[in-house]
Ligand binder design. Structure first.
Ligand code: GRG
Length: 297
């Protein structure tokens, strides 16, 4: 399997659907739509929604049932990036290779664009229930999984501790909490929600959750490394922001060699979580784990 082609194929499928739910409008509030579209179509990798569709496909053979949840997750992810870039948070100028949302639209509209995406995410995920009619309970459980991972017990919780960790004393437990919640939780939920709507059993969900936790942490450690040694052009954002903001990161705590070793350990763990699935059908997930562990952007 060519993982790059496969990711590009699914990104296109998701973008076509997102275009339908976040349209260009001529309504009075068109400015907020413009700002939402600016960030959502700025060229993100669509990693999370692809994981949702692919997991659904792994369990039940097709991805359609998970489409609205996948779109909702991408909207939540994009809102979090818009808000994370704001002057009150990381104060970043570039994201996805373009000036950040508040640099183009101003802080007021950027805040509203994030809020707009967050609310539309839930509306879209709920709309998925009315489109599918059957499987109401599976959809509710999947949406609950996403809500928890994005909220105060997940991403918002992790972000809260992260912004308070500036100039902090080194603390292993706190760093693990930040990583698990700020980044890994939504990646894990992207996989688990796809499995739930597809009708996965408890054992399958548990193995896929393990896979999600491993690649989620791996993704964040690689992110820390890229912030130190990555190429700004390839990343589409400025590097060195962790150091400038004096952030507690895996690199600052354990150093480069240990960080690289931890990525390798998590990669092996992710592969082990896939061992109960058919080798051919789970090939995408194996190749993706490798791709994320050594990604350049
Ligand atoms: C504001 C509630 C709130 C949360 C913000 C996601 C986040 C929490 C902060 C972003 C800071 C950051 C760079 C975290 C590292 C991991 C991460 C989420 C990277 C960006 O994800 P990618 O690489 O981005 O999947 P694209 O643009 O490809 O979608």
């Amino acid at each position: 399997m060519d993982i790059i082609n496969e990711l590009a194929k699914y990104k296109k499928i998701i973008d076509i659907e997102l275009e339908k739910v976040i349209p260009n409008t001529d309504l009075f509030q068109k400015k907020v739509f413009e700002a939402m579209r600016y960030s959502i179509f700025a060229g993100g990798k669509r990693l999370r929604p692809i994981l949702t569709l692919k997991t659904c496909e792994l369990i039940c053979g097709s991805y359609e049932e998970a489409m609205n949840i996948a779109m909702g997750i991408e909207m939540i992810h994009t809102y979090s990036l818009i808000h994370d870039d704001l002057p009150a948070m990381d104060n970043d100028d570039f994201r996805r290779g373009k000036p950040t949302n508040h640099r183009v639209f101003g802080e007021d509209i950027a805040i509203l664009a994030g809020d707009g995406l967050l609310n539309l995410a839930y509306e879209t995920m709920l709309e998925g229930i009315s489109l599918n009619k059957i499987g109401l309970e599976k959809h509710i459980l999947a949406i609950k999984e996403v809500s928890r991972s994005a909220g105060v017990f997940g991403m918002i919780g992790g972000q809260t501790v992260d912004i308070q960790s500036k100039d902090d004393v080194i603390e292993e437990k706190k760093l693990a909490f930040i990583h698990q919640n700020k980044t890994s939780a939504l990646i894990e939920a992207s996989i688990v929600s796809g499995a739930i709507v597809a009708g996965a059993n408890h054992e399958q969900i548990s193995f896929l959750r393990g896979y999600g936790q491993s690649i989620g942490l791996c993704f964040q450690i690689r992110d820390d490394i890229l912030d130190r040694i990555g190429d700004e052009k390839a990343l589409g954002k400025n590097t060195g922001s962790d150091e400038t903001n004096n952030k507690l990161t895996y690199l600052s705590l354990y150093g480069m060699e240990n960080s690289v070793n931890e990525i390798q350990r998590l990669n092996i763990k992710a592969m082990e979580s896939l061992s109960t699935f058919d080798e051919k059908e789970s090939m995408f997930f194996k190749e993706l784990a490798d791709y994320l562990a050594y990604r350049k952007s």
